[in-house]
Ligand binder design. Structure first.
Ligand code: GAP
Length: 461
């Protein structure tokens, strides 16, 4: 099955109420998007599935919900204030701003080195980027001129000013990742909840980064949603490699088995030593083959005891764990699976949107994720007895699942409309229903229809 192009995905997402350009009536806001009714429903089920599979089905992972506006010191301690930055460059001619690494990468995709060697940009300094751009005389992709500023660092954190405080004290940051909440709240959790290593803290919510993006739709946005787990353990009693592999399997299974993503479009990429943060002993990315190539969706990193140590040093608080058997006090190590919920959403759009041989477009989402599990139609909207019966069916099903209602236009058009938003089954109440209490159930993927009793409907959809 062919993948849709990114332009087709963007147009579909807007046309069917999944994703809109942000504040479009004002001309939109750069690299920002809003989610429409279908998008909101899909996001809700995606979030619920992650909570269920990664947190609530385990006895050793607990949820957290830290604030979005966070203390400036959290981000000083974590290193984000000093080094959470992209290398950017501006074209002096047309004023286009871009990431220097993206500029160089794109250049070498279009002009691969004659000797077949691979050009690496990871871990390079701003001076090295400037030198590469000069050496290969890389032109501005927008205006074709060679008129660059110096490459310089651009911090990604969003500072906010708090009105109730004066001066330096008023500075806070919108969180740049959900992960830090798990570290600065570590002591509060130890003091208030009966937890024993190994255990995980999980968080899902908005993060903010002042990104300079390539414009790949919702792949990289300023405001996005993350779902992260910090899995704490004692490195003396637990083998980090086994824990790491276990998380890797769970991530893979979530994407391939639970989201139903085509396994051929998923791969794992090991971070090289230059690319890896200095404190990480191993990092791998689960990547998806988007219409713009393989890109990171879900990162898995063994971050050792770096983050807890950093918050401990900066705050002066004791973030050590005391082993209840040996009374040994130590800083736990951590493995971190970190995913973007909005990026998983884009994976679903790119993977499950299908052009069928019969000309239909279907959003082949798993039942558990589809915005609506089922749609209910009265065959004719002007026949009161059909509408009344269909309402009864709707009311009964909607006690247990999300149900769409449609009584406009002909049945064929209603089916096509539900296919596009991913509704797995459509139930039609017709004249026979009034006689024998049966309805037709039509399947999104095969278009086959069966007739079943209303009493059996809940178990069948
Ligand atoms: N705590 C580690 C961390 O935040 P990251 O690789 O920067 O690691 C984790 O982010 C995940 O969050 C990424 O794999 C990606 O799915 C998502 N993500 C990061 N930046 C994003 C952005 N600007 N827009 C959308 N998703 C983003």
């Amino acid at each position: 099955m062919d993948q849709f192009t990114l332009d087709e995905v963007v147009a579909f997402a807007k046309r069917r109420g999944f994703v809109y350009p942000s504040a479009e009536i004002y001309g939109g806001l750069a690299n920002s998007y809003d989610f429409g009714p279908m998008g909101a429903l899909l996001l809700k089920s995606l979030r619920a599935l992650w909570w269920k599979k990664m947190v609530y089905s385990r006895t050793d992972v607990l949820p957290l919900e830290a604030g979005i506006i966070s203390h400036a010191d959290v981000w000083k301690a974590s290193g984000h204030v000093s080094s959470f930055a992209d290398a950017m460059i501006d074209c002096k001619e047309c004023h286009t701003r871009m990431r220097a690494d993206h500029l160089i990468e794109d250049f070498f995709v279009a002009h691969p080195p004659a000797d077949g060697s691979e050009v690496k940009v990871e871990g390079k300094s701003t001076d090295e980027f400037s030198a590469m751009i000069a050496e290969h005389h890389i032109l501005c992709p927008k205006c074709g001129k060679f008129s660059w500023t110096e490459v310089r660092k651009f911090n990604l954190l969003f500072p906010v000013k708090m009105g109730i405080l004066e001066g330096e004290q008023s500075l806070a940051y919108l969180r740049g990742e959900t992960a830090q909440g798990m570290f600065y709240l570590f002591k509060s959790v130890l003091d208030s909840v009966r937890v024993r290593l190994p255990f995980g803290l999980a968080q899902m919510g908005k993060s903010f980064r002042n990104e300079i993006t390539k414009g790949n739709f919702i792949f990289r946005t300023l405001e996005f949603e993350q779902a992260e787990i910090e899995y704490f353990f004692n490195p003396k009693t637990h083998d980090w490699k086994a824990l790491f592999e276990d998380w890797q399997k769970r991530m893979n299974s979530f994407v391939v088995d639970d989201l139903g993503v085509n396994a051929d479009r998923v791969r794992w990429r090991e971070h090289s030593e230059e690319e890896r943060s200095f404190y990480s002993l191993r990092t791998v990315d689960l990547e998806y083959n988007f219409p713009f190539g393989f890109k990171e969706v879900w990162g898995l990193a063994y971050r050792t005891d770096y983050d807890l140590n950093a918050q401990m040093k900066h705050s002066g608080a004791d973030l050590r764990y005391m082993d209840p058997y040996t009374n040994e006090k130590f800083v736990p190590h951590v493995i971190e699976p970190a995913v973007g919920v909005t990026r998983l959403f884009l994976v679903l759009l790119c993977d499950a949107l299908k052009k069928m041989d019969d000309g239909r477009v279907i959003f082949a989402l798993p039942k558990t994720l589809a915005p609506y599990r089922v749609a209910v139609f009265p065959l004719l909207s002007n026949k009161e007895e059909l509408v009344k019966k269909a309402r009864e069916v709707y009311d009964s099903l909607s006690q247990d699942m999300m149900v769409a209602w449609d009584d406009r236009g002909n049945i064929g058009k209603r089916y096509l409309s539900q296919d596009e938003i991913g509704t797995p089954s459509c139930v039609t109440v017709d004249f026979q229903t009034l006689e024998d209490n049966t309805v037709t159930v039509r399947d999104r993927d095969t278009t086959t229809q069966i007739r079943i009793s209303i009493d059996e409907l809940k178990g069948a959809v």
